[in-house]
Design a protein. Structure first.
Length: 355
């Protein structure tokens, strides 16, 4: 008898089996993954079948925020309210600003393993395509290191004395390949993570395994904006936040140039298009992540990368400091947000960016 019992699906395992012969169902299962939550909710009201497909998609979406674009799935976990996932377009790396944001298929259970593998490979080549490159159109290297290949796990231009000191990685301007040990941050996420709902802070990124001090976690990926566009969007986000529960993820990085006279400003907006880093919350004590501005040889702009600042236990929240609240005190007074980081040195308000 034991063998004949059908196994009940566990939570999040709902699968809608689509008969290969039914053209309506096959069409619906191809189109629905491209819809956003509002569109999905609307279409699921039209008939029982579409309602079942959209329930199955919602389950699929909550199992992996990365849409198979990273090496490992990053699930949403919510024991607080009924939200199953946060909706945004996933990119594993920086991309030029996109308006309107593109559509992206998400949550389909009919994706074959071959397509999953292909999407990961595509993301690796896209990383190169969108990277602002200093290699000229003929492919001739203009900048970059001289290494042609790396031997026995070491690269001639490796300068990995400690996490804080990483400032350069090999890149498209180098002769070495993706297996070069000086390309730690270009291979995607390789530690288990999960996105957990918190009553006060909203979605929060957590470790789902022990992460050793110095391990790479992820980069802050999103749309690269001009300062003018960053200001326009920040105003819009401030307005949206004052009328509804809305969470933005626009990060402004300022890199002071060695002369001390100029400052390079990079605006990365992960609100509409981003990666899992958009779920990292602020902590007034600096949190458990160190941020490193990393320049890959051949790329014009640096990338902001997160590393473990100490050993991080499984089920610990990942956090970093968004900035010094004392420096932003008085700015954007109407838009202050309460900080709930819970650290003993909490200032009570989140640092705000005066874009
Ligand atoms: C980059 S997002 C982080 C992910 C966000 N929690 C979510 O649900 O999408 C930044 C926003 O998260 C919330 N947040 C981050 N750190 C917080 C903290 N320490 N206390 C309260 N809210 C926080 C704020 O709403 C902030 O605008």
């Amino acid at each position: 008898m034991e063998g004949s019992q059908s196994k009940k699906p566990r939570l999040g395992e709902t699968q809608f089996i689509i008969p290969a012969t039914d053209p309506f169902l096959r069409c619906a299962s191809l189109i629905l993954p491209w819809l956003n939550p509002q569109e999905l909710a609307a279409i699921s009201l039209t008939c029982k079948t579409l309602s079942m497909i959209s329930k199955s998609l919602t389950s699929g979406r909550s199992l992996d925020a990365t849409r198979s674009l990273e090496n490992l799935p990053v699930p949403f976990c919510n024991a607080v309210d009924s939200k199953r996932y946060a909706y945004f377009i996933y990119t594993p790396f920086q991309i030029p600003a996109s308006s309107p944001p593109p559509r992206q298929s998400w949550g389909s259970t009919v994706v074959s393993p071959a397509i999953r593998v292909k999407s990961v490979l595509d993301s690796a080549s896209e990383r190169g395509r969108f990277g602002v490159s200093l290699v000229d159109e003929s492919g001739e290297k203009r900048y970059g290191c001289e290494c042609q290949r790396c031997e026995e796990g070491s690269c001639a231009c490796l300068s990995l004395a400690g996490v804080e000191e990483i400032a350069n990685e090999c890149g498209s301007g180098c002769g070495c390949g993706l297996d070069c040990p000086n390309r730690v941050t270009q291979k995607g996420i390789s530690v288990r993570l999960k996105i957990v709902r918190d009553e006060k802070k909203g979605w929060s990124l957590y470790a789902d395994q022990l992460i050793k001090k110095g391990q790479f976690i992820c980069e802050y990926a999103g749309e690269l904006l001009t300062t003018e566009e960053a200001r326009r969007r920040q105003n819009l986000y401030d307005k949206l936040r004052s009328t509804q529960s809305f969470s933005s993820a626009l990060l402004v990085i300022r890199e002071h140039l060695p002369s001390g006279k100029a400052c390079l400003r990079i605006n990365i907006d992960a609100t509409r298009i981003g990666n899992v880093a958009r779920f990292i919350n602020h902590s007034c004590d600096g949190g458990n992540l160190s941020t490193v501005l990393l320049r890959s040889s051949g790329a014009l702009l640096p990338r902001l990368c997160f590393f473990a600042a100490r050993d991080i236990l499984a089920a610990e929240e990942l956090s970093f400091s968004y900035g010094d609240v004392r420096l932003t005190a008085g700015k954007n007074r109407d838009n202050k947000l309460n900080c709930c980081c819970g650290s003993s040195c909490c200032f009570g308000t989140l640092p705000c960016e005066n874009t």
